[in-house]
Design a protein around this ligand. Structure first.
Ligand SMILES: [Zn+2]
Length: 599
């Protein structure tokens, strides 16, 4: 193992340039004081939103302060993440965080006060020129109005918030703090620590004894608490159902999807279209069974790589080259943004002592994007870098083209640009790699990515909707009924190549996303939209790429997420994008099988 260097030992050219935000810590402090002094400005607007002029002034003031605070916060959090053991910057970060909270609290009167303006008046105001940049935000507020209750009822619901969050916090404590698993044991009798963090890595092991041990130890532990965990899950589902009923929505799903104005047809369409293509998932599990040389596949065999002993090394310099070549179909402006990012130090490349783990893309209005990496010399890091640049380019275009209040993007579209980039990279690498084993390795990763993002998350989405519907129909959610629903779905998705046991039936008990109110389907729709769009770009001419840039990347949140995607070429209310994505998966299966013949 190479020794991890300190922050001071990093070569400057491989670190991000935060001086583009603030020249120095002193400049940060100055700005901080200035903004602290602006707390209190909100008072002049409180109780006085009585004209479109007053509303415009309030919204503009709030936006201006918010943009400045955004820069403070990003500077402090990036400085903190580059070395979390540096006390100066952890203090700076918590200082910035506190200011954000103070500011949000001070301005929290604004939305309720806008809602007090009657619907028609607000509708007239928002058509006026002075409110044009805020018109869409105000339209969305007006649309949500019918589900806002009286002041007294709203206060009561807000007060009940803490009680209603209890099932989720109880599950979180149990799952993260209290629950312990027996060690897993490998074929040689060595023990391996089994935790939430090590579980998937153990399942990727080529030692089948170890995989089985990890799988059985994990699920028998959850199984021992299945009654308690069915109660916490039941509790959170009840809260969703109660809130939807209290606010006059048709169902819990109706409320959850209304937040981003997503039609429920999108959800039903996803589930139906994925179900229509389960034969592809079954073909994949059968291929996996054969490739691993097993009579029957067990659920602990579904993560381990089908192609063994492939070293796919990659330096950062080589990776930049692959990434840029693979994105050529996007045209020069797109490529130049990425080149600028690489040349102007947007990326913090290598690991150092105290640096935050993982990878992300950050930044805010008025700064360039920043990417945190912990570079290791392998091809998976190339995919991570290309993924994060997808986020960065999306943010870059949106911030350049929209005012700050419309430059963000909703969670429904958040993973489209990143997965889009990865799809172009995979396609290019597949066409340009010589080595058959490396190609197979790559395809294996692609197939697994698709299984994990589309099939698995859709199965989760089906489960989530089923248990909410049961609750709404007055059916009890018990350990028995949850196991039965989950077990059936798992069998339906994985098909006949798998020999089932009762362990997997309780997998629902360990998935934190089921506490997040209709969240997971967006992983599937986002991935499918990206697969469909990248397919169009690869098969089309530069017009298709231009359309994706102009209608999607530059649009931020200036329109409903469904419309933004539709204008870019994917209508998520139809089955077409999911079908297109399935074609990509099918062709990868074909290629994988054809290449195996050559080995
Ligand atoms: Zn991402």
């Amino acid at each position: 193992m190479s020794k991890v260097i300190t922050r001071e030992q990093q070569e400057e050219k491989y670190t991000w340039d935060l001086q583009t935000i603030f020249e120095s810590d002193e400049a940060f402090e100055e700005k901080y004081k200035e903004l602290e002094g602006r707390l209190g400005e909100e008072v002049q607007f409180q109780g006085k939103i009585d004209s479109s002029e007053a509303l415009a002034a309030a919204l503009e003031t709030e936006r201006a302060i918010s943009d400045e605070i955004g820069k403070l916060f990003v500077y402090a959090h990036l400085k903190h993440d580059q070395d979390t053991s540096n006390d100066t910057y952890s203090a700076l970060e918590s200082k910035a965080r506190t200011l954000v909270v103070k500011f949000n609290t001070a301005w929290s009167f604004l939305i309720p006060e806008i809602m007090k303006v009657d619907q028609e008046t607000l509708e007239t105001w928002r058509q006026e020129e002075r409110l044009s940049e805020f018109s869409f935000d105000l339209e969305k507020l007006n649309k949500k109005r019918e589900h806002v209750l009286s002041d007294k009822e709203e206060r009561l619901l807000a007060q009940a918030g803490e009680v209603m969050s209890n099932p989720t916090s109880t599950f979180g404590m149990f799952n993260n703090a209290d629950l312990e698993f027996p060690d897993a044991v490998d074929a040689e009798g060595n023990t391996h620590a089994l935790t939430q963090g090590t579980y998937i890595d153990l399942l990727k092991s080529s030692d089948r004894t170890l995989r089985q041990s990890a799988y059985e130890n994990l699920y028998s532990t959850y199984g021992a608490f299945k009654n308690t965990l069915s109660q916490t899950l039941q509790g959170v589902v009840s809260t969703h159902v109660f809130q939807a009923q209290a606010r006059g929505y048709d169902s819990a799903r109706h409320q959850a999807l209304s937040n981003n104005f997503i039609p429920e047809a999108v959800y039903d369409n996803l589930v139906k279209t994925v179900n229509d293509h389960l034969h592809l998932m079954h073909r994949y599990t059968e291929l996996r069974r054969k490739q691993l040389g097993l009579d029957k596949l067990k659920m602990y065999d579904v993560y381990t790589p089908m192609i063994k002993d492939v070293e796919f090394e990659m330096t950062y310099e080589e990776a930049k080259d692959w990434m840029l070549k693979s994105l050529e179909p996007m045209g020069d402006t797109y490529l130049n943004i990425i080149k600028e990012g690489l040349d102007s130090r947007w990326v913090d490349v290598y690991e150092n002592k105290g640096k935050r783990s993982g990878a992300y893309s950050s930044g805010t209005y008025g700064t360039n994007p920043f990417i945190l990496m912990n570079w290791q010399n392998n091809v998976n890091n190339l995919f991570t870098l290309t993924h994060e640049f997808g986020h960065s380019v999306h943010s870059y275009y949106s911030r350049q083209s929209q005012p700050s209040n419309k430059s963000g993007y909703s969670i429904f579209v958040a993973e489209v640009a990143s997965n889009f980039n990865e799809a172009l990279l995979a396609d290019y690498m597949f066409k340009n790699l010589e080595d058959t084993k490396k190609k197979l390795y790559l395809l294996n990763e692609q197939l697994e990515g698709f299984r994990g993002s589309v099939f698995r998350q859709t199965m989760f989405a089906e489960f989530e909707h089923k248990i909410h519907s049961m609750k709404e129909a007055g059916e009890p959610l018990t350990a028995g009924s949850l196991n039965a629903v989950y077990g059936d779905l798992n069998r339906k998705y994985f098909g006949d190549a798998v020999e089932y046991d009762e362990y997997i039936d309780v997998e629902w008990a360990r998935i934190p996303h089921f506490y997040m109110n209709y969240y997971v389907y967006q992983y599937s729709t986002g991935y499918a939209a990206a697969a469909s769009l990248s397919k169009q770009v690869l098969e089309g001419d530069t017009d298709v790429a231009e359309r994706y840039i102009n209608e999607f990347l530059k649009k931020g949140s200036s329109d409903y997420p469904i419309n933004v995607l539709k204008n870019a070429g994917v209508d998520m209310t139809t089955s077409e994008p999911i079908e297109n994505a399935m074609k990509v998966f099918e062709s990868q299966l074909d290629q994988f099988e054809a290449l195996l013949e050559k080995l």
